[in-house]
Design a protein around this ligand. Structure first.
Ligand code: CTP
Ligand code: MG
Length: 253
């Protein structure tokens, strides 16, 4: 039987969202609580560690401690700057009985049982597993350094009113179209044999934005399994509306 310890990095600043996204309401409960609920009901999950923001940890613990405690989750202090620091700090709290560690973005509340079935099943025989989705749009490489403003607004009106009549529209030249067949977008939960993740993080995670990258840097092979296009990360305000719609849809089937 697997003993999975889950780490939820939840110490981010929600800069792109603009305001604490993990505390936002999602169908009656805070987003962070929704994410924890999806994991706490799984038999494989025997420990949940939530890494909160170090600078406002007391507020975070007062707000989320009771409800997360109800779900059996423990709160620890995450990292100030980068996600990998939060994971690294949380790793120190993983139970010695854990066979596997799953790391899941606290900001991905639309986690289905089907996806959890897949990553846990794969992790039973592979030491490092990352759920990935195909790239469905055509991929362009652009030259941001050569981007220029396209004339917008009305120069005459601007000269009279002394302002800009329309927002600036930036256009960047396309350098090439990138073949997408072998490209994948990485999601979470990423699941690892405990010692593989611990020894990879012992070398540090500088410059990485996911845990599979840390393990790749340690020279280990990471395997991709099919992710779930609905397992979105809430990054910008519009994502919260999408997540609410997805959760409503998941609850109705
Ligand atoms: N995270 C973390 N510690 C950090 C930075 C991020 O635990 N120092 C967490 C976030 O709380 C989130 C996950 O990593 O659950 C994915 O990060 P992201 O979506 O980028 O969230 P934020 O960093 O909060 O958002 P932004 O980058 O827009 O500031
Ligand atoms: Mg971030």
């Amino acid at each position: 039987m697997m003993f999975v310890s889950v780490i939820l990095p939840a110490a981010g600043a929600s800069t792109r969202f603009g305001g604490d996204k993990l505390a936002r309401d999602l169908g009656g409960r805070p987003l962070l609580v929704r994410t924890v609920e999806a994991l706490s009901r799984r038999a494989e999950v025997r420990q949940i560690i939530v890494a909160g923001p170090p600078d406002s940890f007391e507020t975070f613990a007062a707000r989320f401690g009771p409800v997360l405690g109800f779900h059996g989750a423990e709160l620890v202090q995450g990292g100030r700057e980068d996600r990998w620091q939060s994971v690294s700090l949380a790793l120190a709290h993983v139970s010695p009985d854990a066979t596997h560690v799953a790391v899941h973005d606290a900001a991905r509340p639309c986690l289905s049982d089907g996806l959890l079935d897949r990553v846990f099943e794969a992790a039973a025989s592979l030491e490092a597993v990352v759920p990935c989705v195909e790239v469905t749009s055509t991929v362009k490489e652009i030259d941001p350094a050569a981007a220029a403003d396209v004339a917008e607004g009305d120069a005459l009106v601007d000269s009279i009113l002394g302002g800009e009549t329309a927002p600036v529209l930036e256009a960047a030249p396309v350098v090439r179209t990138v073949p997408r067949d072998t490209l994948r977008l990485a999601q979470t939960p990423q699941v690892f044999a405990r010692d593989v993740l611990v020894s990879a993080y012992a070398r540090g995670g500088e410059g990485t934005t996911d845990d599979a990258s840390v393990v790749q840097q340690s020279g280990r092979v990471v395997h991709a399994v099919p992710g779930d296009p609905l397992n979105i990360k809430v990054t910008r305000p519009d994502d919260l509306r999408l997540a609410a719609a997805i959760l409503r849809d998941m609850a109705s089937v």
